[in-house]
Design a protein around this ligand. Structure first.
Ligand code: GUN
Length: 283
């Protein structure tokens, strides 16, 4: 068997075209969806991510404002910028790129963002809304994974989903979203005993650890859906995920590639969240 590919680039194109249409509708009401992106310091990966986010906004008819500060920018000054953006009616979404320099308390900064503008979905109010099923912004990466499952018409009810990784940004919200669709969810992590015994039972596996070859072909039930959230480099410096793609694709029913899988979907869901924040602000 060779798995079918879930193409994150193609799905992103479709969803971003829908964002562009809805942005045009808002424009007619005099509202341009606006995203503020704050980057502190010169982390090279963050610079690439931020550039991609800003470009994606432009391509979909959203306005973005990029604020760059050097690594010595103080926590108080950053909190003051967040406060100003919270009160700016032209800004509907605020994203503070992580990681922040060590002298800044990232959680404090995230909690300073108005939940109505928390398009990353990292605020405790957003996490609480997801947990309780109330309206709020969902973190972009797991939300993108759910859209990928939706795109193949996958019915999660009663399925066993195994999430590998328990971060606040991916693993934990992913588990809640799968549970919200009536899957039976197992969350695995570094202290899990016999990971393979669990993944072999899974109908859906989401790998979100940040380590190569966490999931290999011998760990996958034939026909399972495999979602790879990892972003790693192999020995040749090539981008790769957490999943041994070449091996697992011979067993799985569906698989997401890296690159071209979850990565573009994360940015797409940021655009969707920003658009929704703008729509909710409309009179
Ligand atoms: N750093 C890596 N990924 C992300 C993300 O999705 N949002 C923010 N704010 N920072 C990140």
């Amino acid at each position: 068997m060779t798995a079918q590919i879930i193409d994150g680039n193609a799905l992103s194109r479709t969803l971003r075209a829908q964002v562009a249409v809805r942005a045009t509708t808002l424009q007619a009401l005099g509202i341009t969806p606006g995203l503020a992106v704050i980057l502190v310091g010169d982390n090279p990966a963050s610079q690439v991510y931020v550039r991609n986010k800003v470009k994606a906004c432009e391509d979909s008819g959203l306005r973005s404002v990029l604020e760059k500060y050097d690594a010595t920018f103080s926590e108080a000054d950053l909190l003051a910028r967040v406060d100003a953006l919270n009160r700016d009616p032209a800004i509907h979404g605020i994203l503070v790129q992580l990681p922040l320099p060590a002298h800044i308390d990232a959680q404090k900064v995230i909690e300073a963002i108005s939940p109505a503008k928390d398009v990353d979905g990292f605020h405790v109010a957003s996490a609480g809304a997801l947990m309780t099923g109330l309206p709020g912004f969902w973190p972009c990466t797991p939300h993108g994974c759910m859209k990928m499952l939706e795109s193949i018409g996958y019915d999660l009810r009663g399925k066993h989903a195994v999430v590998i990784g328990r971060s606040n940004i991916v693993g934990k919200p992913m588990a809640l979203m799968l549970l919200g669709q009536n899957a039976t969810v197992t969350v695995c992590h570094s202290a899990t005993r016999d990971l393979k015994a669990l993944t072999l039972q899974a109908d859906v596996i989401v790998a979100a650890v940040g380590k190569r070859n966490v999931l290999t072909a011998d760990m996958v039930k034939p026909g399972a859906v495999v979602i790879d959230v990892g972003m790693n480099r192999n020995d040749e410096g090539k981008l790769c995920g957490d999943v041994d793609f070449d091996g697992v694709k011979t067993v799985a029913g569906w698989i997401t590639p890296v690159p071209g899988g979850v990565g573009p979907m994360t940015i797409t869901m940021l655009l969707v969240n920003t658009l929704e924040a703008a729509e909710r602000s409309a009179p």
